[in-house]
Design a protein around this ligand. Structure first.
Ligand SMILES: *[C@@H]1O[C@H](CO)[C@@H](O)[C@H](O)[C@H]1NC(C)=O
Ligand SMILES: *[C@@H]1O[C@H](CO)[C@@H](O)[C@H](O)[C@H]1NC(C)=O
Ligand SMILES: *[C@@H]1O[C@H](CO)[C@@H](O)[C@H](O)[C@H]1NC(C)=O
Length: 365
C-alpha cells in the first residue's frame, strides 16, 4: 500500500515535470493530472476510523434499560474481532439511569452490566428526535435510531451497527478499501440496508442522507432506511471513491423469512457438539487451493459456509418460533449445534474464559 502510494506520487511528479516542461496542450495535461490526482489520493486516503457505534434509545419515556445476551453478544463480537475498536453507545437514557443499570445486582441484568461496563465503551448522551425538520412525527424507536446513527457517523466516522448484527471477522480490509462509505445490499429486494454503515466523518453521502431523511421521511417502515438509502448509494457512485456497495453475502448472508431464520438458529439435534467446519480450520492453516477444496466437502446437516461474510445481520426477532430454540443463551452457543452457534462460538468462549460470566449464567437470556 505504502509502496503503491510512493510510486503513484513519483509518477505524478514525473508527469507534472513532463507536461509543464513542454507548456503545450494544457487542457489535456491538466485532465490527466486531475485523473492521477484522484487515483493517488485513494492510496493515501485515511482508513475509516476503528469505531463502532450502536444506539440504545427509549421506546417510551418509562422504558428501562435491558440488554439481553443477544445484544451483549453483538457488542462483544465486534470487540473480539475488531482489535482496538472504540465502542460508542448513543443513548437518550440519563446518566443516572445508565449508572443504575451499570451497577445492577439483579441476575437478569447480567448482560446489561457487562455491556455497559465494557472497558472501551464510551457513552454519548443524545436527544432522540421526535420530528423531522419537515415536521413529520418520528414515533418508532427504530426510526429515531436512523436519525441518531447518521449524526453519529457524520461526527465521528466509523461503523454503525444494529444490535442484532454479529461480527464474524475484522472489518479492517473494508476500512482500508479507500472508499468514503461502505454499505451492503440486503437479501431478497436488493435494497441497501442502513443496519450496518461504514463511513468517514462528514462524507458527501452522509450529508445527502441526512438532508434527504428530513425531506422524505414519512413514517414508513423502510421508505428511508433501505429504499432511499439504496437510491442514494447507487446514485453517488458517480463520485469517485464515495461509496462501495457490498453484495448481500458480506453482511446479510441470511434473511428474515422463516426458512432462513430456521436454518441459522435451529439446533441439529442428532449431530452432537461439532466444531464448525468453517471455523476450525482457517485459511492460514492450509494452502489456498486446499482451502478452496475444503468447501467441496459434503456438508453435514444444514451447515452454512460464512467464508464470504464479515457479519450476520440476524432477523430472529422477525420469526421467533424456531423449533427447539428457546432463545439466545451462552449454553446455546457453547453447544455449537446450529449454524449461528458455530459462527459465534469463538467470542462467547473468549468471554467465558476471560471470566466475564460463569456456568451459573449459562441460561440467562
Ligand atoms: C430483577 O429484574 C426482574 C426483571 O427485570 C424484575 O422483575 C425483578 O423485580 C428484579 N428484582 C429485583 C430484586 O429488583
Ligand atoms: C420527545 O418526546 C419525549 C416524550 O415523549 C420527550 O421526553 C422528549 O424531550 C422529546 N424530545 C424532543 C427532542 O422534543
Ligand atoms: C463537512 O463538509 C462540508 C462540505 O464538504 C463542509 O462545508 C463542512 O465544514 C464540514 N463540516 C465539518 C464539521 O467538518
Amino acid at each position: 500500500m505504502r509502496a503503491a502510494a510512493v510510486i503513484a506520487c513519483l509518477m505524478i511528479i514525473v508527469l507534472l515535470t513532463i507536461s509543464f516542461g513542454h507548456g503545450t496542450a494544457e487542457s489535456v495535461d491538466l485532465a490527466r493530472v486531475k485523473w492521477l490526482g484522484s487515483l493517488s489520493s485513494s492510496f493515501i486516503r485515511p482508513m475509516i476510523p476503528n469505531n463502532v457505534h450502536i444506539t440504545y434509545l427509549k421506546k417510551e419515556p418509562t422504558s428501562i434499560i435491558h440488554f439481553g445476551f443477544d445484544s451483549f453478544l453483538s457488542l462483544y463480537s465486534a470487540y473480539y474481532h475488531m482489535k482496538g475498536v472504540r465502542l460508542f453507545l448513543h443513548t437518550d437514557y440519563s446518566p443516572e439511569e445508565i449508572f443504575q443499570a451499570q451497577n445492577s445486582l439483579n441476575r437478569t441484568d447480567k448482560w446489561t452490566t457487562l455491556a455497559l461496563n465494557m472497558p472501551n465503551l464510551e457513552i454519548h448522551y443524545v436527544v432522540a428526535p421526535n420530528r423531522t425538520t419537515n415536521n413529520v412525527e418520528i414515533s418508532l424507536v427504530q426510526h429515531k435510531s436512523d436519525f441518531v446513527r447518521m449524526d453519529a457517523i457524520k461526527q465521528y466516522g466509523g461503523t454503525y451497527m444494529d444490535t442484532d448484527v454479529y461480527v464474524l471477522r475484522d472489518f479492517t480490509p473494508l476500512r482500508a478499501a479507500g472508499f468514503q462509505n461502505v454499505v451492503g445490499r440486503e437479501p431478497i429486494w436488493g435494497h441497501v440496508n442502513n443496519g450496518i454503515w461504514m463511513s468517514q466523518p462528514n462524507t458527501t453521502m452522509v450529508n445527502v442522507f441526512i438532508q434527504a431523511s428530513h425531506e422524505f421521511f414519512d413514517g414508513g417502515w423502510n421508505t428511508v432506511s433501505s429504499i432511499m438509502f439504496r437510491r442514494i448509494a447507487e446514485r453517488l457512485h458517480r463520485y469517485p471513491f464515495e461509496v462501495l456497495i457490498l453484495d448481500e453475502r458480506a453482511w446479510f448472508p441470511t434473511n428474515w423469512q422463516g426458512e432462513s431464520v430456521d436454518k441459522l438458529f435451529e439446533p441439529f439435534l442428532d449431530s452432537g457438539a461439532s466444531p464448525a467446519a468453517t471455523t476450525d480450520v482457517g485459511p492460514d492453516d492450509v494452502d489456498p487451493y486446499q482451502w478452496w477444496r475444503l468447501a467441496l466437502k459434503p456438508k453435514k446437516d444444514n451447515e452454512m459456509d460464512f467464508s464470504g461474510s464479515y457479519a450476520i445481520h440476524s432477523f430472529v426477532h422477525h420469526h421467533p418460533d424456531v423449533k427447539n430454540f428457546d432463545g439466545l443463551t451462552p449454553e446455546y452457543v457453547l453447544a455449537r449445534q446450529s449454524n449461528f452457534a458455530r459462527a459465534l462460538y469463538a467470542p462467547v468462549r473468549h468471554a467465558f474464559e476471560a471470566g466475564l460470566f460463569s456456568a451459573d449464567d449459562f441460561d440467562i437470556e
